[in-house]
Design a protein around this ligand. Structure first.
Ligand SMILES: Cc1cc2nc3c(=O)[nH]c(=O)nc-3n(C[C@H](O)[C@H](O)[C@H](O)COP(=O)(O)O)c2cc1C
Length: 479
């Protein structure tokens, strides 16, 4: 059933209280989710996004009960992932000539999923607008890598509604649509879980993009996301939270996670936590067995922490596989400005703790001393663990790590007119990360001093993972 959002805007989405897995099983949607689609009826009739492909038939049926589908003038697809654009094939089978507005990357993604290159695509860029009558317009803002290359937002003038797609959303299903109507603790828990598990890798892009949107000086009366609530009460509160979370967020919190075969590493975890608490009772210490606990909650706790202690026993010379998997995910999430330490029990040769330390360092954590124990820790070994916890608490209580120097690149990109204009620095045109061959920092796999022409074509931007081809040459005057 359609829900009134504002004036001539209605929600025509789908609630999904049953869903528990998103992105395969990567994200556990413990509170379900919703797929928000919006119908605007001004002089022109517009549909913004659709719903998950598994609800295609219900969606089109419900929409047809609201309007004659043939009166739909425009379809806007802010993001081509199947939970938003999934119902397109069903919808377009009824109205095959209706124009679809999306980014250039959107055409590629929609074609990649639906395989209908003959659809009537209209490519839009940041600043392009579409007149929908009654003095109102839709203005488009590309938001590449928030969280796919095709992503964009759509702003509706007059009503001042920002259709933000995934940004500012959360996997949260409630019979109520608006942010002021739902349980606030549940809502913000899901917002943070969503940011920590999905948006953290793109944190460097969040602040510049929000700054760009704010620079348009457009009033925002509502933020209509594509999952969860519509923000109508103080809608910019979630924008402020995003700015906070994007700035290497941390609390006075330490997360300890481990895996164990016979509880020996668990005993170490327990004693380390006691040691931390003895020295600094104000710090929140959270302990998780990775084999038994919700992985996304562990990662949310890592996101909130100033440091993590990761524990594993040695099994066949390597670490426990669930720990290896979690650290691999932490690497992808590109946490910054956090400390780490590894610990664990072994029987003879050991090896897992050193291996884990190296992995955590590769994942970008500032490493502190690790701790090993042999077999089941005895009273002395447990006291050693407590002492280790006390030392960690002292070290990590000190001034937080300084933010990475590439946190806010300020350089501007100039048009390249001739070879003489070519400067030595290159900048990612998507996330503004700068490659400086003089230092080569902070790139892995490319030695300092490597000229750009010799950087392999397989190079990916370390910030946003896009290819070498998106890099622009910076102005030479700066050099
Ligand atoms: C299947 C298996 C493989 C093991 N492989 C190793 C090994 O390669 N090197 C080692 O030092 N200890 C090895 N151990 C011994 C354990 O690391 C040791 O018992 C440790 O205390 C277990 O700690 P946990 O209870 O936290 O899992 C192995 C134990 C098992 C059961």
């Amino acid at each position: 059933m359609a829900i009134q959002v504002k004036n001539n805007i209605q929600w025509v989405g789908q609630r999904d209280w049953e869903v528990r897995d998103f992105h395969g099983t990567e994200y556990k949607t413990l509170k379900g989710s919703s797929y928000n689609s919006y119908l605007i009826r001004e002089e022109k009739t517009v549909l913004i996004d659709t719903v998950d492909h598994k609800f295609s038939r219900e969606f089109v049926q419900n929409l047809a009960a609201e309007i004659d589908l043939n009166t739909l003038d425009y379809i806007i697809i802010n993001h081509a992932e199947e939970d938003h654009a999934g119902a397109l094939t069903e919808l377009m089978s009824r109205i095959p000539h209706t124009p679809i507005y999306c980014t250039a990357n959107g055409v590629d993604s929609i074609n990649g999923h639906h395989h209908h290159p003959e659809w009537n695509f209209r490519v839009v860029k940041t600043g392009d607008s579409l007149d929908i009558g009654n003095g109102k317009q839709l203005i488009f803002v590309e938001t590449p890598m928030l969280h796919w290359p095709d992503s964009m937002m759509t702003y509706m003038t007059g009503d001042a509604v920002l259709f933000s797609n995934d940004a500012f959303g959360q996997h949260y299903c409630d019979e109520h649509l608006f942010n002021d109507e739902v349980d606030q603790a549940e809502l913000f828990e899901q917002c943070q879980r969503y940011y920590a598990n999905i948006l953290t890798p793109f944190s460097r892009l969040v602040t510049p993009k929000i700054t760009e949107i704010l620079s348009f000086n457009l009033p925002v009366d509502m933020i209509a996301t594509s999952h969860g609530v519509v923000w109508r009460d103080n809608p910019t509160q979630i924008v402020e939270l995003y700015l906070k979370w994007a700035a290497d967020y941390q609390e006075d919190r330490i997360t300890i996670f481990y895996d164990t075969m016979s509880n020996n590493t668990r005993m170490m975890a327990d004693a380390i936590a006691q040691g931390i608490n003895e020295v600094d009772p104000r710090v929140a210490v959270k302990i998780f067995n990775v084999a038994r606990h919700d992985k996304n909650e562990i990662l949310t706790n890592v996101f909130r922490s100033k440091g993590v202690l990761a524990g594993t026993s040695t099994m066949n010379n390597v670490m426990m596989p669930k720990i290896a998997g979690l650290v691999e995910e932490m690497t992808g999430l590109r946490f910054r400005n956090k400390r780490a330490s590894a610990f664990g029990s072994h029987g003879w040769s050991g090896g897992a703790v050193d291996r884990l330390s190296t992995r955590l360092q590769d994942a970008g954590f500032e490493m502190s001393l690790s701790l090993k124990a042999k077999w089941r820790p005895d009273i002395d070994a447990l006291e050693n663990c407590r002492a280790h916890g006390r030392e960690i608490a002292r070290q990590w209580a000190q001034t937080p790590l300084v933010a990475s120097p590439i946190a806010a690149p300020q350089a501007s990109v100039a048009a390249v007119k001739s070879c003489a204009d070519l400067g030595p620095q290159m900048q990612c045109s998507v996330c503004q990360w700068i490659y400086d061959p003089e230092t080569g920092e902070p790139m892995q796999d490319v030695a300092p001093g490597t000229p750009w022409s010799e950087v392999p074509d397989s190079f990916l931007c370390p910030e946003c993972s896009l290819g070498k081809d998106v890099f622009d040459v910076l102005a030479t005057e700066a050099k």
